[in-house]
Design a protein around this ligand. Structure first.
Ligand code: BV8
Length: 240
């Protein structure tokens, strides 16, 4: 990997680890969200059909903590990269929090959905709300009650923005994967796609991940420290 290379299309994939230093739990690490509950009971279509109140309640309880969280230096490093590096810089996030937007990032694609959105299963309207959404919530567009689902991509559901994502991955020449364990597909397979198209790929996590053999470079440590340093290196390389 050549640090002085001038990149044109940078794609960053983020996961729960980039929000860890903002105080938000990851899924599979120590006291992860999935540690004391079965994914099948919360984040699957069957779970929602079986017990929509339980699933709504799970996400409603996460909203206040996510709403009050602040972006950390890792989020701000990506915003700086977008502002100061002469390339198309896109953020594909698996996270349902809005910390990238709070840090001022543009071109953010929430492929697993967003906690502050619900979708009407009757008419497809997207309701933006940090308040509780329940089985009683009336859709402001079609007026039907009880058809709102958290706009979260459950296991077994297709991801959002995949046409745009496929186009970004094909044109990418630098791929950064930040704070993701590389176990959930198809996001965990994005690195394979960008490598096929000749990109350089760098992974930022705390420890080796499930798909780490596919990356050219591994930078272990808290992204709040490692990512600002890396962005600094990229921007200073412009002046060489
Ligand atoms: C789909 C919503 C087509 C809920 C989520 C068998 C084999 C392979 C694949 C499959 C299979 N069977 C089924 C599948 C497909 C399945 C899948 O991948 N399953 C896996 C688990 C085996 N995928 C799907 O179903 C996807 N859809 O494929 O559609 C289809 C259609 C019909 C039928 C079949 C297929 C849908 C996937 C989306 C599921 N929804 N979340 C919610 O968010 O509440 S997934 C969930 O995991 C989150 O979105 C999360 O973002 C994602 C990944 O987790 P991570 O972000 O990586 O978090 P994690 O805790 O795991 O790791 C944190 C990392 O950060 C660690 O590496 C750690 O080291 C690091 N870290 C921690 N702190 C820091 C740090 N790094 C840096 N600094 C720090 N400070």
């Amino acid at each position: 990997m050549d640090n002085t290379r001038l990149y044109k299309n940078i794609v960053i994939l983020t996961g729960a680890g980039i929000s860890a230093e903002s105080g938000l739990s990851t899924f599979r690490g120590a006291n992860g969200l999935w540690n004391n509950r079965r994914v099948e009971d919360v984040a699957t279509v069957e779970a929602f059909e079986r017990n929509p109140e339980f699933v709504h309640d799970f996400y409603n309880t996460l909203k206040p903590e996510i709403l009050k969280a602040h972006p950390n230096p890792a989020h701000f490093a990506l915003t700086r990269l977008q502002k100061e590096y002469p390339a198309e810089v896109s953020v594909i996030t698996q996270n349902v929090d809005t910390l990238h937007e709070k840090a001022g990032s543009q071109n953010v694609y929430h492929i697993h959905g967003q906690i502050n959105q619900a979708v009407c299963l009757n008419c497809g309207h997207i309701l933006e709300s940090w308040n509780d959404v329940t089985t009683e919530t009336v859709c402001p567009s079609c007026g039907i009650a009880g058809m709102m689902k958290p706009n979260i991509v459950f296991f077994g559901e297709n991801l959002l923005y995949m046409d745009k994502v496929e186009q970004l991955l094909r044109c990418c020449d630098l791929f950064l994967s930040v704070g993701t364990s590389g176990v959930v597909y198809p996001a965990a397979g994005f690195v394979q796609t960008v490598k096929y198209y000749g990109a350089d790929a760098v992974e930022f996590t705390l420890e080796p991940t499930a798909n780490n053999y596919l990356f050219d470079r591994h930078i272990y440590g808290p992204a709040g420290k490692t990512l600002p340093q890396f962005v600094d290196e990229l921007i200073s390389s412009l002046r060489k």
